[in-house]
Design a protein around this ligand. Structure first.
Ligand code: 5RP
Length: 226
């Protein structure tokens, strides 16, 4: 048996996600290297869809380069499906997202969609969320207070840097990455952290969890339903 690379697994799940795209409709798209594989596949059926709602500047640029029309989220109502990757996904479909810094817009488009189809290689499947550093988008003036608040629950939060300066998100805010957490109750965790002053979005997706995960494995694409 030939072992597939992580990149090949991403290609497989990106292509498999095409089956969930509803002809004649607008599709919600996430951000990241796995989604980029999906977008390449989506280009092959671009004449069969109206276009996409995008979750980041990066995905918008890629969609436009592929000749796929991008709609503003405010100009469309409910979407049939949202397709996105994850940094971790558990066996109930809860995820950690935001490794690519796009968590806030990802959560907005996911909330606008009837179904979340997660595409991931099998290294992302975990028993308990928290090994991957949890991204949290915050308003800059709250960053140090939120870092201290995570410390009270055993988390070590660090400001994400890019080129030696704080990374600025598509929304003009900053990101914390938090290690040392074991998120055993994702719904309660998301609800709590979301209400801390200055937190824009926490990268736990429990309220906007996946209904389906297309998981790339050595044996091909496995479909998990939650
Ligand atoms: C971006 C995300 C991505 O979905 C997540 O980081 C996974 O990315 P990749 O497909 O590159 O592994 O949440 O904010």
């Amino acid at each position: 048996m030939t072992t597939l690379s992580q990149d090949e697994l991403k290609t497989l799940v990106g292509q498999a996600a095409l089956k969930y795209v509803v002809p004649g409709e607008i599709v919600g798209v996430g951000t990241g290297s796995t989604v980029n594989k999906f977008l390449d596949a989506l280009a092959s059926i671009k004449d069969q869809i109206k276009g996409a709602v995008s979750s980041s500047v990066a995905s918008t640029e890629r969609l436009r380069a592929l000749g796929i029309r991008v709609f503003d989220a405010n100009d469309v109502a409910e979407l049939a499906v949202y397709i996105d990757g994850a940094d971790e996904i558990d066996h109930q479909g809860h995820m950690i997202k935001g490794g690519g810094a796009a968590l806030t817009r990802e959560k907005i488009v996911a909330a606008q969609s009837r179904q979340f189809v997660c595409i991931a290689d099998d290294s992302k499947l975990v028993q308990t969320l928290g090994k991957f550093p949890l991204p949290v988008e915050v308003i800059p003036m709250a960053a140090h207070r939120v870092i201290r608040q995570f410390a009270t629950m055993g988390g070590q939060a660090q400001l994400r840097l890019k080129n030696n300066a704080p990374l600025v998100t598509d929304n003009g805010q900053v990101l914390l990455d938090v290690t040392g957490l074991q998120i055993s109750d994702p719904l309660a965790f998301e609800a709590e952290v979301n209400q801390w002053p200055g937190v824009v979005t926490v990268g736990v997706f429990a309220f906007q969890k996946a209904q389906i995960c297309l998981l790339g494995t050595a044996d091909g694409v496995k479909t998990l339903t939650f």
